[in-house]
Design a binder for this molecule. Sequence first.
Ligand SMILES: [Zn+2]
Length: 451
Amino acid sequence: MASQKKQKKQIKNQLSRKKSIRTNIRKTKSDQLVQYVKKFQNQFKLNQLDQDNKEIIPSYQSIPTSYQLKGKKKFQKKEAVKGLVGLKNLGNKCYMNASIQLLSNLQPLSDYFIEDFQLTEINRKNPISTQGLATVAFANLIKSIWQMDIQKLTVKGTPIIIPEEFNKIIGYCNKSFSDNSQQDAQEFLMYLLDMIHEDLNRVTFPIKSVQLREYLGDCNQRELERQAAETWGDYLQRSKSIIVDLMQGQFKNSLKCLSCDKYTYKFEPLMYLSVPIPEQEECQLIECIKEYVKEEQLTNGNQWFCENCNKLVDAIKKIDLWKLPTILIIHLKRFKFVENGIKKIEQAINFPLESLNLSQCLPKLQKEKPIYELLGVVCHTGTSDRGHYYTYARSKENFNWYLFNDRQVKQINVTEIPQEDAYLLMYGKSTIPLIKRQTISFPENWPHVIK
Ligand SMILES: [Zn+2]
């Protein structure tokens, strides 16, 4: 993992060196940017969390999912549908536009911003956040997409939004996204979700650090579930946000020493699944997930330090999915590091549109059946250095599927999604009517089965 990152960084550095001539121009631009950001910052008001560092009135207890509405809404063919808005590409920003459109069509999240729930939840005291910058810019963009005058939506052609404010603010928050270089949509999406999480983190600061509990030895399922819940409670002491409510689950990470048989494990937060692609003729999504949770032998240069044996030993590492979130993002690892750069795996992955049942990948104790339906797909076409991102998503308004390709928005048949280009899959658990706010004081809202 670390060496892959290093290699990636080297490639990035090579690319950025070519651009060094333009540094002077950029400096003037960055002064302007600072002014722009200051002006932007002055526009949004302080909130209760800033004033007394305490959560007084929760902005929501739960957010209803739209699954119950499916099939009940009837639309005329020519009727304007909200949310079908294209985005202008501001220079190699397809990775950004594709990610925005994926999240824009994520109903509970866009509803959260349309309802302005973020206003009372922005936490400017969090030192690892953007102090609300990224979140306010994102919320403004989502609102401009969904609140666009319905009359404009009926005129000929697709209405377009120029995401300039969002683009500038994100570029200010993270330099990697400031210029016109190609970026990875998965990295951008995770960065954005992480910043939204930290900006909206409901914990009070400063917080004391909570160490991840480590458990020892075998025990039964009930006890494991209790331990997982205990760790979730610890986690909520430092991380609580709409992103945790929607998109976080838990996996069990265990290690077994092959010298003394010592067996230890931890329950770690899960934000998305980054699954490998087995190289074979036909590949089902479930096979990628099974590959991800396969036992891993830690031997040779990859040994593990066992405290019991007090030396480096051969060990077995195993990841088990424990709780899967309401919204599950699956990253298909299409980009592989090879000697002279990055190679793209163009294998088709067969992913179900409905009834993705992940019961066989989870322990039996689950509050809801882990059955998912597809909500959106970010595709990548082309090679690793010359490619293009675009998105397919199901409208939260009429449940039809659309292609969102920068400026272009077009209704499609869901079977048209190219299986060899699918890169990020977004699934929603169809067995959940409400997305519940995660708080320490309400364990009944946690995903765990505890008595
Ligand atoms: Zn040992």
